[in-house]
Design a protein around this ligand. Structure first.
Ligand SMILES: *Cc1c(COP(=O)(O)O)cnc(C)c1O
Length: 473
């Protein structure tokens, strides 16, 4: 076995991994990457079909990002944002604010301030703490201490939500498997049904079945439930402080898209009930759904926009939480009032991360990249069509450049595989043998190619998936 593989097996504990399974075989040790391709220590080539867990935008070893980081390295790699400003972080904050407001046609508050942190979880923690404190200060200002405690700011998020792994972010999530063990450490948040049209409990349409009599028109029952939830909480005298969601598509929940106008409708309900909107665009941000940010598709302007994964183009860990002037102002005061936002990380505003982000945004907003993404989206749609004829493919979902393929025992009944059958994992292992790397979320295979992926590479990703499904089942 390769020396590096041995060291890994001896010392490294991998995330979200049953190490018992991991220790049974020699790991793939990645040593190089170029464009959409990864190379391992044994010289094997693989396609990076999930953009290195949803982070990479323009491919590995991108010349422009590489050059920008090299230039910055010759100046300085890191100085603290506690007490000092720095060049790339200031430039990036301006650029992010511009990008986030570029398509706004609403009267709602515009995003004006950027709080930097390190990853998606911390971007969510920042939004959560700011929303909590903002609500305390603005809504419960006049009530006494005791009743203020009784009326804690409450948060509403979506069923199946995933917002990260730190305790606050976990509290906002609703994936039982990840939350079970930590129940007592978490604070209570409420959940509401999110659309999952393929398994909609209100519409038993199974067009697969002959004469789909059961078909019923969509009456937006899921939107009605959101309205109900907000109204019920209001009746309790403590309306929700904030509504937390992934716009357009829930990622870790299983690449589940929201039908057109869902986001617009529920955002309006939340606003009408005085709730802040916290948009988690850690997965959907930076062109993944077509627009730079997914909220822009429905002209929704959140109060908090949380960004991470693709921010640096997939180069370095960096995150940002954008918020409004109004939220910012609630933290202003004389020093001794202690209204300061007491939160920060050692690497907040890191120069190398900010430099990579600036270079990545520059590429992302270029005509060439926009055109390439449009092509890739179209080609992905074409290629995915070939999967429908497989009897173990239940649903093929695509939003922009993200695809989730839900595999089932039987396409007619939509019967799911049980988690212990490892169906998704087995398919991905069979894809790896064919030189294509991705990870499933449960029974959903994720295809999220870097934007530089060629048509031939895309064809290879989809045919590897097709052959893997045929082989396994
Ligand atoms: C990945 C992800 C997170 C967490 O980000 P990390 O960088 O892994 O902490 C949060 N929200 C969404 C939607 C994500 O996809």
């Amino acid at each position: 076995m390769n020396k590096l593989a041995q060291l890994d097996l001896k010392f490294v504990w991998h995330p979200f991994t049953q190490m018992c399974d991991w220790l049974r075989r020699e790991p793939v040790v990645i040593v190089k990457g170029s464009g959409a391709e990864l190379r391992d220590v044994r010289g094997r080539k693989f396609l990076d079909a999930n953009s290195s867990i949803w982070t990479n935008l323009h491919g590995h070893q991108n010349q422009k990002i590489n050059a920008a980081i090299s230039r910055q390295l010759k100046k300085i790699s890191h100085s603290s944002a506690l007490g000092f400003a720095n060049e790339p972080a200031s430039l990036l904050a301006e650029r992010l604010v511009k990008a986030a407001n570029s398509k706004s046609k609403t009267q709602n508050p515009k995003l004006a301030k950027v709080f930097f942190s390190d990853d998606g979880s911390t971007a969510m923690e920042v939004a959560l703490k700011l929303a909590y404190e903002f609500t305390q200060r603005t809504r419960y200002k006049s009530v006494g201490r005791a009743s203020r405690r009784a009326a804690e700011p409450r948060f509403l998020s979506l069923e199946g939500a995933y917002h990260g792994d730190t305790i606050g972010a976990v509290s906002l999530g609703h994936i039982d498997l990840f939350h079970r063990a930590y129940g007592r450490m978490l604070f209570k948040t409420d959940k509401v049904m999110s659309p999952y049209c393929y398994r909609c409990p209100f519409n038993r349409a199974k067009p697969e079945r002959a004469g789909a009599r059961e078909y019923r028109k969509c009456n937006w029952e899921c939107v009605g439930l959101v309205e109900k939830k907000f109204a019920a909480q209001k009746r309790k005298g403590n309306p929700y402080a904030a509504f937390v969601f992934e716009p357009l598509m829930q990622g870790a929940a299983g690449m589940i898209p929201q039908p057109k106008s869902w986001l617009k409708q529920v955002s309006e309900i939340a606003r009408n009930h005085g709730a802040l909107l916290i948009a988690d665009e850690v997965m959907t941000g930076f062109g993944r759904t077509g627009n730079i940010f997914a909220c822009q598709h429905e002209n929704v302007q959140p109060d908090f926009l949380c960004l991470a994964k693709g921010l640096t183009g997939g180069y370095l860990p960096m995150a940002a939480t954008l918020t409004t002037q109004k939220v910012f102002d609630a933290f202003l005061g004389e020093y001794e009032e202690f209204k300061t936002f007491f939160h920060g990380h050692s690497y907040t505003g890191n120069q190398l991360g900010a430099t990579a982000s600036l270079a990545s945004l520059e590429i992302l907003q270029s005509e060439k990249s926009i055109h390439a993404r449009q092509n890739l989206e179209k080609n992905l749609r074409e290629e995915l069509k070939s999967l429908w004829r497989l009897s173990n493919v239940g649903d093929v979902r695509q939003v922009g450049l993200v695809a989730g393929i839900e595999i089932v025992k039987n396409w007619r009944t939509r019967e799911p595989f049980e988690l212990r059958e490892h169906a998704g994992i087995r398919v991905c292992e069979a894809m790896a043998k064919r030189g294509v790397l991705t990870r499933p979320v449960g029974n959903v295979i994720v295809l999220m190619p870097p934007y530089c992926t060629t048509r031939a590479q895309l064809q290879k990703m989809v045919s590897a998936l097709r052959e893997a499904i045929e082989e396994i089942f």
